[in-house]
Design a binder for this molecule. Structure first.
Ligand code: FAD
Length: 301
């Protein structure tokens, strides 16, 4: 049974607890219903206290930059947590390590690393999420992923306990993190290597140009809808299935990059989900491959 909580159930919390908060504006696809309650923790101690005090059965969902999310039209049950400025630290340690808060955008980390001549993190300049989302998704591109450059993370677990966890214990695989689902990433320590800042900025420039050409980065999209199956590219399978440009309601498979869904004309979350399901079905029929969702679908229909 769904547990209902009210802001007044948490008198010691210093952050904001807001009931019935619309979530569409927090996501790149700009769809979805409200969160029963949105929690904006004041800082890490506040977050830990909330996690320790909340009823064990209360569903909790952590929202990053919303660039990999399809929030359904009925909204999200329980509490949605969004980390704010208190989780925005960026700091160099021992020349080649960077300590970064989970609310920092990937692009900010890439720029910061470039400025301090720390190489290996420029791939983040092309990913529009936050570090928290990158840690959960094992975000990556152009041959590098988060697990390759990560040293360790700080998490708040489902009981409000702070843990420092080494990358090897997070069981990373392609666009997946094996850490317990109720762990909230609050900080990460990345390891790069000494490099020339000019060269890093040039790499970032190339990444930006490549993205502009190949992806609809100025549209309401969630990035790759499906993961690439072993030995295949999802976009090729979708193209072969004749689904490039396919429409359902206001949702369309991008003509520029046909693994990207776009909210083109006031699509509902249901339009987007039905579109992707129909593409998945066509691909199965034409190539026999079961495409796996990369976008996370959350909430009530
Ligand atoms: C135009 C475009 C291009 C993209 N290109 C790429 C690409 O090249 N490579 C790639 O990997 N991805 C890409 N993506 C997808 C997306 O940017 C990444 O998956 C990104 O890492 C998601 O981060 P986010 O902060 O937006 O997370 P969200 O979308 O908000 O959430 C994603 C998941 O992370 C979890 N999460 C978020 N923060 C935390 C936290 N602090 N603790 C625990 N869990 C958390 C959420 O609960 C959810 O399960 C692209 C998306 C777009 C729109």
């Amino acid at each position: 049974m769904l547990v209902l909580v009210k802001p007044e159930d948490f008198p010691e919390i210093r952050g904001k607890l807001i009931e019935q908060t619309p979530l569409a504006a927090y996501t790149w696809l700009r769809v979805g219903g409200p969160a029963d309650m949105l929690f904006l923790p004041k800082d890490e101690a506040d977050l830990a206290m909330f996690m320790a005090q909340k009823p064990a059965e209360l569903p909790v969902f952590v929202l990053g930059a919303g660039s990999n999310l399809l929030v359904r039209d009925g909204g999200i049950a329980g509490v949605v947590i969004r980390l704010g400025p208190a989780f925005g630290a960026l700091q160099v340690e021992d020349e080649v390590f960077i300590r970064v808060g989970a609310a920092v955008f990937d692009k900010m980390l890439a720029k910061f690393a470039a400025k301090f001549g720390i190489g290996g993190l420029s791939f983040y300049s092309g990913i529009p999420g936050s570090i928290g989302g990158a840690l959960r998704m094992n975000a990556g591109c152009y041959g590098t992923e988060t697990a390759d450059v990560l040293h360790s993370v700080v998490v708040i677990d489902g009981f409000g306990r702070r843990r420092i966890v080494a990358v090897d214990e997070l069981n990373y695989s392609y666009r997946n993190c094996g850490a317990p689902k109720d762990w909230i990433f609050v900080e990460a320590l990345f390891k790069g290597q000494k490099a020339d800042p000019e060269e890093i900025f040039q790499q970032m420039q190339l990444i930006q140009e490549r993205r502009e050409q190949s992806q609809p980065i100025r549209e309401k999209t969630g990035g790759s809808t499906f993961k690439n199956p072993p030995d295949h590219k999802s976009w090729e399978l979708i193209d072969q299935a004749g689904a490039r440009g396919r429409k359902v309601g206001g949702a369309i498979m991008s003509k520029q990059h046909c693994n990207f869904m776009i909210n083109a004309e006031n699509a509902s979350a249901d339009d987007l989900e039905q579109l992707a399901l129909s593409v998945q079905k066509s691909v199965k029929e034409t190539s026999g491959v079961d495409l796996q969702w990369e976008i996370k679908r959350v909430g009530r229909s």
